[in-house]
Design a protein around this ligand. Structure first.
Ligand code: 26Q
Length: 780
């Protein structure tokens, strides 16, 4: 072949014609060697888990890459409708195990590594969790991405690439200590930077109006401080189906001109400092899972995400259709994960009008047909509000648009309920007062075609309470989407023993069609099946016990009942009720009331928001109670208690399979759904729970006999508030009285006087919103 022929054949071979990568053990071994030695430059003298992990990721990433491109092309070619999941949080956890499972390479990679003299388990354990979320809402976003890829739905996640994710929780003297989570320190081999899709996001400045050529008034947003948004793409593989979707995370970077302007004025240090302000936007995740009021940086994050993501989608649209938006709403939909990205409603209006020249009516028609809003909370104090003043300073053009949306919206309300000024005040997107506020949930409802709650009860309570006025105006917008979790990570991956048992009894397929688990029903009384089931559970409990021993220094006996509550620490989730029960059990031991006794190991874990005093005090109480009980030889074979530090996605992957009893004990009507409840149940734990969130639907599915129901209903809770007398309840319940006495006498804080007074006060307070004392007896 001469030079010319060579050039010709290289040109004609398009990239898509690369030979597919081998999916067999030998290919994996060879590729691993090549990466380890050639790409990473290591040899047998540098045997490190870290580089071996890197090499392993590279071979998987390569295999994802070809499928990723094919998926993109397929979506382009079929011109299908695309959905965008906008979320300030994606709690992805580890990616390696998931990639192996979804590529169908679990067994072969384990074998390949064995050939190379390495342990897959060890490499997998060395991966740092991607902790870009607080809890339920962030993990839900991650589970949705997995499921959408598995269902081959064209869904892209849009989020923020925080330099620091959810803090690491350590304990010092039983108290929570937060440590920064610099998860990117060793690099992130799963992401691909895509500077070619950089967007520009504006802040500050003011708006000007000018007549355009057609004599229309056009807004210009000027004198802004701009920030660049650089996308980093993460592959989201579907389950053994060749689909790889995308999670696009934005990183903030300073613009060049901004620096230069300051620099020319002779302000070099100031210009470098300005770089900091820009890059601060994506520095750290807010570790608060209710709300963080009025923090400017948080609003910057929210707008940054909304604006960069919308511009990205619009740029792709304009690239194909030019400024013709007639079919945009047919082809695109944006799902807002709570109100956090709800600036998007006003931002899409702005982009369509100010940048692409649409009129208000056409822009509004498109916006209200493409936005959908998911609510995750019923707690009124958790509804997001932003001071109008802050909005005006940071996003002046957006505020104008919000005012205009509000004016038109209130006109509609007034047409519907003439003369009802009280209703206008209640429903306004702007809360009036000394400090007027933008009500983000109302903006989201007004700008969306769909508003959903996350469990049947939650969705009902939303339309009966918090959003009642809006339901009366637009009943068609409101609906329910009960949460779910991916059975790939939360069963197939985290519980290989059970997965194998399922495969051998009902065949495979349950990973994508969980209803098939009904095929187990005929085996419920089958002795051989039950024996294998018990062996699986036993092995998983041993693994969990090892983790508890290593992390907490507490010995859990796998023969005992493993009773587990892991979730964010919140008063409404009632970890305190769990502790009261533990104290009651201890009291029974001390009284010698142990003739009918099931040895029990109680595990509690979860992070408290750094500024949440009561949550932190509850952690301290759990640890102090654990110290006393675990040190008491009388309790030794009967009761053990441990607080697991730094609860996170990867910890749950060991916890759920090793648990017998799942604690889902929130005050009824307060937990929107819960998703941990599902992970425990599908790993074969029974639940003790209230009629709250998705517990209700879980109970309907598994039957009353697999669910220990207790406590007041949501309706009873609201009724009881009016005449709640915890003092009387405690006085009439000898067990509870003894528990409260132990607490208030300082039994668990002998060297730390009064530290649990706030907790005793919370339990005995007639205004206790969580009605701890009311549910104690039925819980026991
Ligand atoms: C808001 C403003 C400023 C700073 C932070 C926040 C913020 C951040 C995270 C507010 C709320 C959250 C997270 C809420 C959350 O995780 N909610 C849970 O969502 C799950 C998924 O729907 C449900 O299962 C849980 O019931 C719900 O508590």
């Amino acid at each position: 072949m001469n030079d010319k022929q060579l050039k010709q054949s290289l040109l004609s071979a398009s990239l898509t014609e690369l030979p597919p990568l081998g999916m067999d053990v030998l290919s994996l071994v060879n590729d691993f060697r090549r990466y380890y030695t050639h790409s990473l430059g290591r040899d047998r003298h540098s045997r490190s888990t870290h580089y071996a992990y890197q090499a392993l990721v590279l071979i998987l990433r390569e295999r994802l890459m070809e499928r990723w491109k094919q998926t993109r092309y397929a979506y382009e070619e079929t011109d299908c409708k695309q959905a965008y999941y906008l979320s300030l949080e994606f709690l992805m956890g580890r990616a390696l195990g998931n990639a192996m499972l979804n590529l169908g390479l679990e067994e072969d990679t384990a074998l390949a590594l064995q050939c190379l003299g390495m342990e897959l388990e060890e490499l997998a354990e060395s991966e740092h969790d991607a902790g870009l979320g607080n809890g339920g809402l962030g993990r839900l976003a991650a589970c949705f991405l997995d499921s959408c890829a598995t269902l081959q739905l064209p869904v892209t996640g849009y989020g923020i690439r925080y330099d620091y994710g959810m803090f690491r929780q350590q304990l010092a003297d039983g108290e929570q200590v937060e440590e920064p989570d610099h998860w990117l320190r060793d690099g992130n081999p799963w992401e691909i930077e895509r500077p070619e899709y950089t967007q520009r996001v504006r802040f500050g400045g003011r708006s000007e109006f000018q007549r355009d050529g057609a004599g229309r008034l056009a807004a210009r947003w000027v004198d802004t401080n701009d920030v660049l948004a650089i996308p980093y793409d993460v592959p989201i593989p579907g389950y053994q189906n060749g689909t790889v979707n995308t999670l696009r995370l934005w990183k903030a970077a300073a613009t060049d001109e901004f620096d230069l302007g300051e620099f020319n004025a002779g302000l070099y240090p100031e210009s470098v400092a300005a770089k900091n302000t820009a890059e601060q936007i994506t520095l750290v995740l807010y570790p608060n899972d209710s709300s963080e009021n009025g923090k400017e940086l948080r609003l910057r994050q929210q707008y940054f995400l909304a604006s960069a993501s919308l511009q990205d989608v619009l740029a792709r649209w304009v690239g194909i259709h030019g400024n013709d938006f007639t079919r945009f709403a047919e082809k695109n939909v944006f799902q807002l994960n709570d109100t956090h990205p709800s600036c998007a409603v006003a931002e899409l209006m702005r982009l369509l009008m100010d940048k692409h020249g649409l009129g208000w009516d056409q822009a509004w028609e498109i916006t209200a047909r493409t936005m959908a809003y998911t609510n995750h909370t019923l707690l009124p104090e958790a509804l997001e509000k932003w001071p109008v003043r802050l909005f005006r300073r940071l996003l002046p053009r957006l505020l104008e648009i919000i005012f205009e949306i509000n004016a038109r919206f209130l006109a509609e309300v007034a047409r519907h309920w003439p003369g009802d000024s009280e209703r206008l005040r209640r429903m306004s997107l702007i809360e009036e007062g000394r400090e007027p506020m933008v009500r983000m949930a109302y903006l989201a409802i007004a700008g969306s075609f769909s508003v959903n709650g996350v469990a049947a009860l939650h969705s009902r309570l939303l339309v009966e309470g918090l959003f009642r006025d809006f339901f009366e105006l637009w009943p068609h917008k409101f609906n329910n989407k009960t949460n779910g979790v991916t059975p790939r990570r939360w069963l197939a991956r985290c519980n290989p023993g059970l997965a194998r048992l399922l495969d051998e009894t009902i065949g495979s397929g349950w990973e994508v069609d969980l209803d098939r688990l009904r095929g187990l029903l005929p085996l419920a009384e089958d002795g051989a099946f039950r024996e294998r089931w018990r062996q699986v559970k036993r092995a998983n409990k041993e693994r969990l016990a090892q983790m508890v021993a290593a992390e907490c220094g507490v010995a859990f006996d796998p023969q005992a009942l493993f009773d587990v509550q892991v979730k964010r620490i919140h008063e409404y989730k009632r970890q305190l009720l769990d502790v009261l029960h533990v104290i009651h059990l201890y009291d029974r031991i001390k009284r010698g009331d142990t003739t009918t006794w099931t040895p029990r190991c109680v595990l509690i874990g979860g992070k408290a928001a750094p500024g949440y005093f009561m949550a932190k005090r509850i952690i301290k109480l759990i640890n102090n109670v654990a110290l006393v009980i675990n040190a008491d030889p009388e309790a030794d074979l009967l009761l053990k208690v441990a607080f697991l530090p730094n609860y996170r996605v990867s910890a749950m992957e060991t916890i759920a399979p090793g648990s017998d009893l799942s604690e889902q004990i929130s005050t009824a009507g307060k937990e929107a759904s819960g998703t941990g409840n599902m992970k425990f149940m599908m790993n074969g734990a029974v639940t003790i729970g209230t009629l709250d969130g998705a517990n209700i639907e879980i109970r309907e599915e598994v039957g009353d006999e697999n669910f220990f129901l207790f406590g007041l209903t949501a309706e009873q809770v609201e009724e009881r508030r009016h005449h709640y007398d915890p003092g009387a309840i405690i006085a009439s319940d000898e067990d509870l009285e003894r528990v409260v006495s132990l607490l208030s006498s300082g039994h668990f804080n002998q060297l730390e006087p009064r530290i649990f007074d706030p907790i005793v006060h919370a339990i005995t307070n007639p205004f206790d919103p969580w009605l701890i004392a009311a549910d104690f007896r039925s819980y026991v």
